[in-house]
Design a protein around this ligand. Structure first.
Ligand code: ADP
Ligand code: MG
Ligand code: ZN
Length: 482
């Protein structure tokens, strides 16, 4: 009997506003515990929340990108529960009139497009973090994350594989990054998913009982948890048992899931409209303005880069996978007029240089104008590839300080491109290495690499590599008899 896995997702995304959703504390990641807190986000009695307008703007952008219906009024509700990471003992969230409903997103899995329906999306505040210390066997609460704005996106149970789930999460990440509303960095917990899984026999129309695995924060953990949970449920059902509806946790190191609690219902939270916050009337003109300002997303950009800059399908996908990369590509391509060189350097060479410099691309300050000048010099044979890479290292290390013209002057970087001079040196190298020349004559063409290397050395590497290759080949083939 064939089994089918059914998956529905609840994705939490932290919005990249500078301050929190109801107070002016910072949302920055990595501060000392409890440094970014105030009486409002700590939930002291008598304090009042003040809604951050930017959160509404970002959430509306997301609702538009996800093709949601947007209501006339949106309302905040209190979701009541006690847990030590939530000092107020209620989370300000939305239940009755969320910011978006009935949306959809198209995903592409191995060339097949599938539509995933979005049940709803809402705004809410994040909770704190609990740090469990094994040393003194104590749990320390860190409330910095309390009040960081979130959107939660709830899908319909439309996924049938982990691959579809990953494609969807990548699409959400792309939307958010392109619109600049979240970094979606999973390693910082900026994007987390609760995964609802059930199984049914292929052909059945009714869904099976589902479990919800909470707070998965890497694509790998999500894939593993889905695989584990569907196998666990199939095993239970094949033995004639029943799956219990419950909330589960996942340990990705041990690769095992375990039960946390039986599932709670909306009623358990005693939701009610937050009396401290007025319903928000959503301005239709603002929606239209945001709609007009929607960026060109990855797919469209990819197609345009192929048409406009002659990139291959593969190269264009790589370049548009990241908005920062796509923007740098386009600015530099316009600046130096050699789009394919720009793309190849960004894909092939840049990652290695960044790695050598210990800089992450997302943190790197790469000025498109300087990068374009550098590549124009490589294209114009003023620098060879290795010299270009050295300059790029300086560009990455110096960031905004880097000035390509000054770099050339300060380092007296010029490349020999005069073929006559190259030929003169090449002939001398051949004369000095009769053994290698003889070997070449016997068909050992590999020795050419050695001979070219000698010429490069004579110029201290500052020579047009292509020209050296060309001249050397000519000299070898004519036996220096010209
Ligand atoms: P709640 O968790 O508040 O009860 P829902 O019942 O709407 O909310 O479902 C939450 C998530 O569970 C949604 O993402 C939905 O797609 C998913 N889901 C619902 N039923 C199933 C099912 N039988 N199998 C897998 N996922 C499901
Ligand atoms: Mg739920
Ligand atoms: Zn605060």
């Amino acid at each position: 009997m064939e089994w089918e896995t059914v998956i529905g997702l609840e994705v939490h995304i932290e919005l990249a506003t500078e301050s929190k959703i109801f107070c002016s504390c910072s949302t920055a990641f990595g501060a000392k515990p409890n440094e970014h807190c105030c009486p409002v986000c700590m939930g002291f009695p008598g304090t009042l929340p003040v809604f951050n307008k930017r959160v509404l703007e970002y959430a509306l952008k997301a609702a538009i990108a996800l093709n949601c219906d947007i209501p006339e009024y949106t309302v905040f509700d209190r979701k009541n529960y006690f847990y030590p990471d939530l000092p107020k003992a209620y989370q300000i969230s939305q239940l009755y009139s969320p910011i978006g409903t009935n949306g959809h997103v198209d995903i592409d899995v191995d060339g097949t497009v599938k539509t995933i329906r979005i049940h709803e999306m809402h705004m809410e505040e994040d909770a704190g973090k609990l740090i469990h210390s094994d040393i003194d066997n104590v749990t320390y609460p860190d409330y910095n994350r309390c009040g960081v704005p979130l959107i939660e996106i709830v899908s319909e149970p439309d996924f049938r594989s982990a691959k579809e789930v990953v494609a969807y999460l990548e699409k959400l990440k792309m939307f958010c990054e392109y619109m600049g509303i979240s970094s979606c960095k999973m390693q910082e917990g900026r994007m987390r998913a609760d995964v609802n899984v059930s199984v049914r026999r292929a052909g059945d129309s009714a869904f099976g009982t589902r479990t919800e695995t909470k707070n998965l924060n890497s694509f790998r953990a999500i894939e593993h948890a889905i695989e584990y949970e569907s196998e666990r449920q199939i095993e239970i059902l094949e033995k004639g048992g029943t799956v219990r509806q419950e909330t589960r946790r996942w340990d990705d190191e041990k690769r095992v899931g375990s039960s946390m609690r039986s599932k709670e219902n909306a009623q358990d939270y005693r939701y009610f409209p937050d009396p401290d916050l007025l319903p928000i009337k959503i301005d239709r003109a603002q929606i239209e303005e945001l709609r007009r300002g929607m960026p060109e997303f990855a797919e469209e950009k990819k197609a345009r880069f192929i048409a406009e800059y002659g990139l291959s399908d593969y190269t264009s996908s790589r370049v548009t996978a990241d908005i920062k990369l796509a923007t740098l590509f386009e600015d530099a391509a316009k600046g130096c007029g050699a789009p394919r060189t720009v793309a190849n350097w960004l894909i092939e060479i840049m990652p290695k240089v960044l790695d050598d410099c210990g800089v992450a691309f997302e943190d790197a300050q790469i000025d498109a104008v300087q990068f374009a000048k550098l590549l124009a010099s490589v294209e114009g044979k003023k620098l060879n590839k290795n010299m270009g890479i050295k300059a790029l290292e300086q560009l990455v290390r110096q960031g905004a300080e880097f000035d390509f013209d000054r770099y050339l002057k300060d380092n007296a970087v010029t490349m020999e491109g005069d073929e006559d001079k190259i030929r003169e040196v090449a002939r001398k190298v051949l004369a000095d290495n009769p053994k290698a020349v003889a070997e070449y004559g016997q068909g050992k063409t590999k020795v050419m690499g050695f001979l070219v290397g000698q010429v490069m050395r004579a110029f201290f590497g500052k020579v047009d590599h292509d020209a050296v290759n060309r001249v050397m080949l000519e000299e070898l083939q004519t036996g220096g008899q010209r």
